[in-house]
Design a protein around this ligand. Sequence first.
Ligand SMILES: Cc1cc2nc3c(=O)[nH]c(=O)nc-3n(C[C@H](O)[C@H](O)[C@H](O)COP(=O)(O)OP(=O)(O)OC[C@H]3O[C@@H](n4cnc5c(N)ncnc54)[C@H](O)[C@@H]3O)c2cc1C
Length: 315
Amino acid sequence: MTLSPAIRLWLSERFGPAARFGEPLARHTSLGVGGPAEAWVAVPDEAGLSELVGRAAHGAAILRVLGRGTNLLAPDEELSGIAATLGKGFTAIGVEREEGGRILVRAGAGASLTALCRFAAAQGIAGMNFAVGIPGSVGGAVWGNAGTHAGCVADRLESLTLLRPDEAARVIRREELSFGYRSLARDPALFGAPGSPAVITSALFALFRGRRDEIEAEAREMLARRKATQPQGVKSAGCFFRNPPGQSAGALIDRAGLKNFRIGGALVSPVHANFLVNAGNAAAGDFLRLMEHVKTTVADKFGVILTPEVTILVR
Ligand SMILES: Cc1cc2nc3c(=O)[nH]c(=O)nc-3n(C[C@H](O)[C@H](O)[C@H](O)COP(=O)(O)OP(=O)(O)OC[C@H]3O[C@@H](n4cnc5c(N)ncnc54)[C@H](O)[C@@H]3O)c2cc1C
């Protein structure tokens, strides 16, 4: 336990039932694993977030921002501090303006990426289809530069809005940001010192006019491709490892003979070897052990060191 009685009281009074103590993180992660969070808050709006971030920065608690938990491995043990997710006040999606053939669409960081793709398609706005089928929030997608073979967030982002302690939300333009493969560099000049809270509250995407029927047909193709190549109806975090430069992590794991390899309830998917799935009652520890086994086996066989794409939360 790291939270003082004073901060616990403040969380309860400020956020009411949206603040919970000992909330199981397994409920909030797509892998379906994770022990209790010391405190978990669904922050309703920017005023609440600003206060929370300020208190955390001034020593009241460690603050971790969660999106929709689709790229997270939470520990079995209690996660210290406050785990915060963005609630209803961060889910708006709308056209902000049109200029020079571009349509600028703003999405709250708590909105689902799927909702953004559907909004764009329904309005005949093209450019978001690269993200069709990627679960999770807009904030998580920007933070991890989510993408597919068809493109990534960095290709379409115009700016993001960031909330840091003791300042008004600031807009950071795409040119100021340094994106890599499934990553966004945490430049301290923009995001603050490591460990200091920095929360994306919304993102502006530069899209363009298209035909609704064509956009929807392309989206269906993207989903069909996903259905044909990825495990369906199982708990996973998507691809567990990053692809090493010029190689496919899934192909390496497959060639290492690890499809169907299982530790406890964690299994290397027989459908796609880079998906580590919860085959029932897995613990986070099972995934950590399976991850290490896969890494060691692939390193021994091919001399390639795999690194996780999934964010591993540590107590
Ligand atoms: C079935 C399946 C398929 C997938 N396919 C793909 C795919 O094709 N391509 C792909 O890129 N990913 C894929 N993923 C992984 C995952 O969906 C993406 O990484 C997604 O963008 C994560 O979003 P999230 O909201 O769930 O973030 P979370 O998993 O909750 O968090 C991920 C990271 O983002 C940070 N974060 C989240 N929100 C914010 C915020 N508002 N401000 C600051 N930091 C924040 C968190 O602190 C954490 O470090 C897949 C996952 C699953 C389960």
